[in-house]
Write a protein that binds this ligand. Structure first.
Ligand SMILES: [Zn+2]
Length: 210
């Protein structure tokens, strides 16, 4: 009998200083690369899948999307729609994975969000890749959104909030964990209670476009 399995190996690819959004001051960071390897008799033999990169703060140990290194706090630039949609779907995935599990309902809901709200359909395979890389990184939804959303305009922020709300509500009433995440997003996006509630109402009952 041959023992075959997989293992994730993580290596440091780069080091330096960055402005950690959680610490609020310059800290050391390590750019880490994770890759899955096929093991035979517990020895990693063949790499499978691509490298997944993330940035870890040496001080608070929070994990960040590598885009945190390119944050320009003085001159935020707008992102292309395509990139926004990818980031918004990933944010919704992180909200779903916050309770460490994903259900069939949630997968269907994420696909609906991608095709209807983002107008960028994703197939199950692509969604699976986003989920597995998100699980490897363990980036908190709020930490991820904090970095990528700087380049989002206000309309994109509202759409991303709607995506995250719909994803959180896929399995019925929101729990404390999901409500906490959404409340943090309202804060990050600087939305008033009225703006927040309007966004949620729109998400539940999309206005029919003429
Ligand atoms: Zn930090």
């Amino acid at each position: 009998m041959i023992f075959i399995g997989t293992v994730n190996l993580t290596r440091t690819r780069d080091e330096g200083n960055f402005l950690c959004p959680a610490c609020g001051v310059s800290q050391g960071f390590r750019l880490r690369a994770t890759r899955a390897w096929l093991t035979i008799y517990f020895i990693p033999m063949i790499p499978v899948g691509n490298h997944e990169f993330f940035v870890q703060c040496d001080h608070c140990k929070a994990n960040w999307d590598p885009s945190v290194l390119e944050l320009d706090h003085l001159h935020p630039s707008e992102v292309a729609e395509e990139q926004f949609c990818r980031e918004a779907v990933r944010s919704a995935v992180l909200v779903v994975l916050a309770d460490n599990q994903i259900t069939e309902n949630e997968i269907k809901c994420l696909q609906t969000i991608a095709s209807q709200l983002m107008k960028r359909p994703v197939d199950r395979e692509e969604l699976g890749q986003v989920c597995s890389s998100a699980q490897q990184h363990r980036i908190e939804p709020a930490n991820y959104v904090l970095t990528v959303s700087r380049a989002w305009n206000q309309k994109q922020r509202v759409r991303a909030l709607q995506a995250m709300f719909l994803a959180a509500a896929a399995d019925g009433p929101l729990g404390e964990l999901q409500l906490g995440i959404l409340a943090r997003m309202q804060e990050l996006f600087d939305l008033t209670d009225a703006e927040y509630h309007r966004a949620i109402e729109e998400a539940i009952e999309p206005a029919t476009e003429s």
